[in-house]
Design a protein around this ligand. Structure first.
Ligand SMILES: [Zn+2]
Length: 317
């Protein structure tokens, strides 16, 4: 596969498992094109044209020639300068790396992470929060995240990759969509009665079983294992944590349990006030599960996957 084929495949699978539904995502691309057409010529020059075909600002080819063939790919959850040097060292030792794929975004994909957060408005609406309330809650949180990312040194790792002549890409929300939809469907199908039953379901998944060995597996951070679950919301996609104020609205809308990757104390406090149970499945294990669901199809097309940086590789049939 060429780098551009891998990139297009990642975006395609991201749309397929998007919690908004692929029709709604495609409609959003049409609206984006209309917005682009209405821009002035100088504004169009600044506009990132990838946005017309890729609805995920945090998934991008970051450097390298899109036409380059890829036989082997170094894949990690976080790719920093250390992993770039590692790719170069592997090449020197006779194991060349044609593409470095990060899960967490870098460069422009990190600076623009806030764009994908609008996806969370639709998830909130699907669980019974009126769309105007969902948009209101997300709006200030999205600008907070945008401002928080402004001072970051976004291009550090990419600059290292360029100096060493290595290609780099990242696939964030496209992977998180996989794990989110997979777990939401699993829980709806298996109808766990208690929070403890959710833990059992998660621990039967290889990535979580492996993470449990490193003390980084699923755990209950709010509520108890004997608590009844009520309606369960899997909250694992849409860039980063949403607004803590959404828990009051979700609780009123009938949600009883949140299953997430991670949760800040500020968020946990609001969840507690609203009597929600919270299961934290584990950050790196959840990221790994999402990445694995993307990579199986790429490996089948002849690309060797070299896992690094915490990535727990597990193949599915
Ligand atoms: Zn993550």
């Amino acid at each position: 596969m060429k780098i551009k084929d891998i990139y297009n495949y990642l975006v395609e699978l991201g749309i397929e498992k998007d919690p908004r539904g692929s029709e709604e995502v495609k409609a959003s691309l049409v609206r984006e094109k209309k917005k682009f057409d209405e821009l002035k010529a100088e504004e169009q020059l600044e506009f990132d044209r990838e946005r017309l075909t890729n609805p995920y600002a945090d998934t991008r080819i970051l450097c390298g020639d899109p036409e380059q063939e890829v036989e082997s790919m170094l894949v990690g959850i976080d790719i920093e300068v250390g992993e770039i040097i590692l790719a170069d060292r592997l090449g020197e030792k006779g194991k060349p790396v044609d593409l470095i794929l990060a899960h967490h975004p870098e460069g422009k994909a990190l600076a623009d992470l806030h764009y994908v957060m609008h996806l969370q408005e639709d998830i909130l609406a699907r669980f019974g929060v009126p769309i105007n309330v969902a948009e209101g809650l997300m709006s200030s949180r999205i600008s907070e995240v945008k401002r928080g990312l402004m001072p970051v040194n976004h291009n550090r790792a990419i600059d290292a990759a360029k100096l060493l002549g290595l290609a780099m890409a990242c696939s964030h929300t496209v992977a998180d969509n996989q794990v989110n939809t997979y777990l939401q469907e699993l829980i709806e199908r298996e109808t766990p009665r208690t929070v403890g039953d959710i833990l059992k379901l998660l621990k039967a998944i290889p990535e979580y079983a492996e993470a449990t060995k490193y003390s980084a597996g699923p755990d209950v951070v709010l509520g108890s294992k004997d608590n009844r679950v009520g309606k369960v919301l899997v909250d694992m996609t849409g860039g980063t944590s949403g607004s803590e104020k959404s828990y009051a609205k979700l609780s009123q809308a009938g949600v009883g349990t949140i299953v997430g990757m991670h949760m800040s104390d500020k968020h946990r406090e609001e969840a507690e006030k609203n009597h929600l149970n919270v299961v934290i499945a584990g950050h790196i294990a959840s990221d790994s599960l999402g990445m694995n669901m993307l990579l199986d199809g790429i490996e089948k097309r002849g690309v060797e996957i070299i896992p690094c940086s915490g990535f727990i590789r597990h193949k599915r049939g």
